[in-house]
Ligand binder design. Sequence first.
Ligand code: SAM
Length: 202
Amino acid sequence: MKEQLKQIKQKALNDQIPIMSDDSIDYIIANLQKYQCKSILEVGTAVGFSALSFACSITDLKIITIERDRSRYEEAVRNIEMLEFKHRINAVFTDALEFACTEMVDALIIDAAKAQNKTFFDRFFPFVKPRGIVIVDNLDFHGHNENVGLLTDRRNLRQMVNKIRAFEDYINIRKDLEVERVSIGDGMMMIRRIGHSFNFIE
Ligand SMILES: C[S@@+](CC[C@H](N)C(=O)[O-])C[C@H]1O[C@@H](n2cnc3c(N)ncnc32)[C@H](O)[C@@H]1O
């Protein structure tokens, strides 16, 4: 299993398909275990590497994962079939902005178009159970977030970074949420509702 996952990762890297770093995967798995998550909605499947990594590590985890790029989605489906995870990973080919979620989940993982983090959060947060968690990846945006002042001649990139920052501000000022911002991978954020005590496993 681990060998097949390594091959999927290597192929994605060779094909220049963006996937989560090992540190990001480990951070997410640790939190899924800590908060005893059994169901995930993931926005941004790519070729299924992160979803398969989570499913391999947590035996009873069920995942819905959304991808809008047809060839990536098709490769994800092949990978999910190859590792025999069809019964636990439901890959959906659609734009997340059109996906009508119908079930409550323990965790929402946002790893798609970075400028749309707020839109994804607002759309899917109502489907996160009261004690559930949200994890957002790539907040440092390859280091550009820290250096936004230097991006004077790169308008699109600057706009993207400003949107990522605006999303962070939007989350940070909300009184109903608690946030953990970590410099893991490309910068991640874990969000939970305040006031929902939880007997988590340390
Ligand atoms: C960083 S990759 C996901 C990597 C994957 N989570 C992994 O680590 O293996 C982001 C993916 O999100 C997809 N994406 C971006 N915006 C999307 C949207 N609005 N709806 C669905 N998928 C989207 C992109 O096509 C891309 O494949």
